[in-house]
Design a protein around this ligand. Structure first.
Ligand code: SAH
Length: 355
C-alpha cells in the first residue's frame, strides 16, 4: 500500500479531509510520512535550507542568542532549544561559534524538538560530543529560562485553507474525483478565528490558518516571559498572509501538491502576525519582522565571510561568495525569509532585531 492508497481509503470511509489533515498525513504519517521516512535536506535531497548553505547562518544566530543571554544576566541553568533541527547543522554551528562565550555552554541544557526518528539519528551524529536531549513536542520543555531557535519549522506545520463566501467561509478540502485525490470546497460556515479578516478580504479570497502553531508558540513564549530567554524564528512568509501558499517541492522543483503524497515536501508561508499575537497574549514582547538579509548583515555576515575567505581559494572561495549572496540578497533568500524575535517585556531584543 502507498500513502496515496491509504489516503483514498480514508477519504472513501470518512469523507473529504482538511488541507491540514492532508499535510499532516503527508509529512508525519508514522509509516509513509515524508519527514518520518527520509532526510530530505541538501543538494541531493528535495530542498536546501540556510544552515545547509553556509556555516555562517548558524554561527550568527548562535552569537545573537548568546549575547541576549549575556544581556539578561547569564542565567544558569537554561534550556538551549531548537525546533525541527533537520540534520543538526544549525545547532552544531551555533555551539561551535559560542564555545568561547564564558559560561554559556556550561549553563546550556540542549534540547532538540524533532518528530522524525530518521532526522533524530542525523542530529545525533552531527552533535556527537554534546549532551543532548530529544523531545517530540515543546510541551516537554523544562520550566526554565529558554533560548530557542527555529528555522523553517513553522512552514512545515499543517494549515487549513478557507475561501471567503459572503460573511462565511468555505474550507478547501481534499476529496476524491473519479477515484483520484482532488481539491473541493466544504459548505459555507462562520469562522470566528477569521473575524479579523472580514475587513481586508473579499469574496473568493483564500486565507490560511495554522492552528498547530499557536500552542507551540504559547509554550515557548510563556517560558520566556516567566523565566527570561529569547526565540529567533526564521521562515518564509509575511506579517499577514493572503492567498494560497501551499507548495510541494521534490528534487528542488515545485510539483503539484496532490501528485506525490509523502514523496514531496509540503510547506506553507508563515503568518508572522498570528505568531506575534500568540506571543503577546502569553506576555512576551516581539521584535519587528526583519528580512533575513538585513538581520544577517546587522550581525556582521560580511565581516565573517571576509575572515573565512582568507583561508580559501578556487571553488571553495566561489562557494563562500555564492552562499553569502544566497543568504542575504533580496532576490534570493534575503527578503523572502523573515526573522521574528521574542523576548521578555522590558528587555532588549536579541542583536540583529529592533523592538
Ligand atoms: N531547521 C532545519 C530543518 C527544516 S525542515 C534546517 O533549517 O535545515 C523541518 C524540520 O521540522 C524537520 O526536522 C522536520 O522533521 C521537523 N518537523 C516537522 N514537523 C514537526 C513537528 N510537528 N514536530 C517536530 N518536528 C517537526
Amino acid at each position: 500500500m502507498s500513502l496515496r492508497d491509504h489516503l483514498i481509503a480514508r477519504i472513501d470511509a470518512d469523507g473529504p479531509m482538511s488541507v491540514a489533515d492532508y499535510m499532516n498525513e503527508c509529512l508525519l504519517n508514522p509509516k509513509y510520512g515524508y519527514y518520518t521516512t527520509r532526510d530530505p535536506l541538501g543538494a541531493a535531497g528535495d530542498f536546501i535550507t540556510a544552515p545547509e548553505i553556509s556555516q555562517m547562518f548558524g554561527e550568527l544566530l548562535g552569537l545573537s542568542l548568546a549575547q541576549s543571554w549575556l544581556d539578561q544576566g547569564s542565567p544558569a541553568p537554561f534550556t538551549l532549544a531548537e525546533l525541527g533541527p533537520g540534520r543538526g547543522t544549525l545547532m552544531a554551528d551555533l555551539l561551535r561559534a559560542t564555545k568561547s562565550v564564558p559560561g554559556f555552554h556550561a549553563a546550556a541544557q540542549i534540547v532538540l524538538v524533532e518528530a522524525s526518528p530518521t532526522l533524530q539519528a542525523a542530529q545525533q551524529q552531527a552533535l556527537a560530543g554534546y549532551s543532548v536531549q530529544w523531545e517530540d513536542t515543546v510541551s516537554s520543555l523544562a520550566d526554565t529560562p529558554l533560548w530557542l531557535v527555529a528555522n523553517e519549522f513553522f512552514d512545515a506545520l499543517p494549515i487549513r485553507q478557507f475561501l471567503r463566501d459572503g460573511d462565511g467561509w468555505r474550507e478547501k478540502r481534499v476529496g476524491l474525483q473519479q477515484g483520484q485525490l482532488a481539491f473541493g470546497l466544504g459548505p459555507s460556515t462562520p469562522q470566528p478565528a477569521l473575524d479579523h479578516r472580514q475587513h481586508d478580504t473579499q469574496d473568493g479570497d483564500l486565507v490560511e490558518i495554522c492552528e498547530a502553531a499557536a500552542p507551540i508558540l504559547a509554550t515557548v513564549a510563556q517560558r520566556i516571559s516567566k523565566h527570561g530567554g529569547a526565540a529567533l524564528i526564521v521562515d518564509y512568509g509575511d506579517w499577514r498572509a493572503l492567498g494560497d501558499t501551499l507548495q510541494a517541492l521534490r528534487s528542488h522543483k515545485s510539483t503539484d501538491t496532490l501528485d506525490d503524497p509523502g514523496q514531496a515536501d509540503l510547506t506553507a508561508h508563515v503568518d508572522f502576525e498570528a505568531l506575534a499575537q500568540v506571543a503577546q497574549t502569553a506576555g512576551c514582547a516581539y521584535s519587528r519582522v526583519t528580512p533575513q538579509g538585513v538581520f544577517l548583515e546587522r550581525l556582521g555576515i560580511t565581516t565573517r565571510a571576509q575572515t573565512l575567505a582568507k583561508q580559501l581559494n578556487g571553488p571553495a572561495l566561489d562557494n563562500l561568495i555564492a552562499a553569502h549572496q544566497r543568504l542575504t540578497h533580496p532576490e534570493e533568500m534575503g527578503n523572502l525569509f523573515k526573522v521574528l524575535g521574542l523576548y521578555p517585556d522590558q528587555t532588549t531584543p536579541p542583536p540583529g532585531l529592533n523592538a
